[in-house]
Design a protein around this ligand. Structure first.
Ligand code: M6R
Length: 363
């Protein structure tokens, strides 16, 4: 049932404040704001590193998590595309921990990689949406995302639910490793608690996204840029656009612009920049200026005002100011809405895009 939405994808985008709220409520003690996880089959204080593996959007959630685990738990993290880890001669130290992320819990490459890691003596934890799935069954511990059924082929609410679980896990790891104290934990959990409200604010007005959709629907190629923990989001934004609008899009780390993709920039090339006003904002601003100097069209997603961009913008998608820790969760909404409105204007089958299946159970 799509409710009063035109597509399942729209419904699922709009469910995110609730889904993130529910998922958080399952991991946070409401009275003390402390993270409360089920008993882990290992001790975060004792593991040398964490190996994360997944496919597609779930892989991008893993990449965001790497920034969180490193920043807040000082835990070395490796993130791999499941089909790569599986066939690579990866070094998996005995007693190590492998984390798998999957909405369906049935993705063939992720499942095969899980088995491969188990055979190499890894403890297996998974973040899955379908708890009666193969990946869930074969894990030592399952941390469920409470997203409810996701019907749209393009993953939306499962992604933000995955980020929610991973953020809580990173906080728990930080505590176990003595990197964060109770006060810091409260602060981070406080920032997470604000996410549903920020998401709801963004979802109240989709007109700006329709306008951007009009501009993008005429483009052949789109470049997405982000830095730090928002770099994986740039790749996720590009993936969403490719999947449902069939427009070629690439997500790049803003700092990589000069190392190649800048050659693509001309007046016909929209560049979408994800740049919250955080410690990396000025760096990204200089990348935007490089794009502007070459006539590229710039669409900025930020809490900054247009005057702070230092160059003319073709669009500004305004996001409320948020704690930088939770920016990937909140900025997921604009990138999903951009893809959704571009695709609906182009008349594609948003829920069932060509050539794609919801669950990829073959290699
Ligand atoms: O069910 P999974 O999370 O394991 O699926 C992984 C990918 O196939 C999935 O995220 C895919 O990339 C989506 N279509 C992205 O929107």
């Amino acid at each position: 049932d799509k409710g009063n939405h035109r597509h399942f994808m729209a419904k699922e985008i709009h469910e995110q404040p609730e889904v993130v709220g529910h998922t958080l409520a399952s991991l946070v003690r409401f009275d003390t704001d402390e993270i409360e996880l089920p008993e882990l089959p290992f001790d975060f204080a004792e593991i040398p590193r964490l190996t994360i593996s997944a496919c597609g959007t779930a892989y991008y959630a893993g990449l965001v998590a790497k920034y969180w685990f490193e920043r807040w738990a000082r835990l070395p993290v490796e993130v791999d595309i499941a089909s790569e880890l599986r066939y690579r001669d990866a070094v998996l130290d005995e007693g190590g921990v492998s984390l798998f992320i999957s909405q369906s819990g049935e993705t063939a490459d992720t499942l095969a990689t899980l088995r491969h890691c188990r055979e190499h003596g890894q403890k297996i934890i998974s973040v899955v949406n379908v708890t009666e799935s193969s990946i869930a069954r074969e894990s030592d511990l399952v941390l469920p995302t409470l997203a409810g059924p996701e019907i749209g082929v393009a993953s939306t609410k499962a992604f933000t639910a995955q980020l929610t679980v991973l953020a809580c896990l990173a906080i728990a790891a930080g505590k176990a490793r003595g990197v964060i104290d109770e006060a810091r934990e409260k602060e981070l959990v406080g920032a997470l608690n604000e996410v549903p409200r920020h998401m709801a604010t963004l979802l109240r007005d989709e007109v700006p996204y329709e306008e951007i959709g009009h501009a993008l629907s005429k483009a052949d190629d789109v470049l997405y840029l982000g830095r730090g923990q928002n770099f994986p989001l740039a790749m996720e934004g590009a993936l969403k656009l490719k999947e449902i609008s069939y427009i070629h899009a690439e997500g790049y780390a803003a700092g990589e612009l000069k190392h190649g993709p800048i050659a693509l920039i001309d007046e016909k090339m929209p560049v979408i920049v994800i740049a919250p006003r955080d410690g990396l904002f000025d760096k990204t601003v200089s990348n935007m200026q490089e794009v502007a100097a070459r006539g590229g069209q710039i669409i900025l997603i930020s809490d900054a005002e247009s005057g702070e961009a230092g160059c003319a913008l073709d669009g500004l998608l305004h996001v409320p100011p948020v704690d930088p820790f939770v920016a990937p969760l909140v900025y997921a909404i604009p990138i999903q809405l951009i893809a959704y409105h571009t695709a609906t204007l182009m008349g594609t089958d948003v829920d069932q895009p060509r050539n794609l299946a919801k669950s990829v159970t073959v290699e």
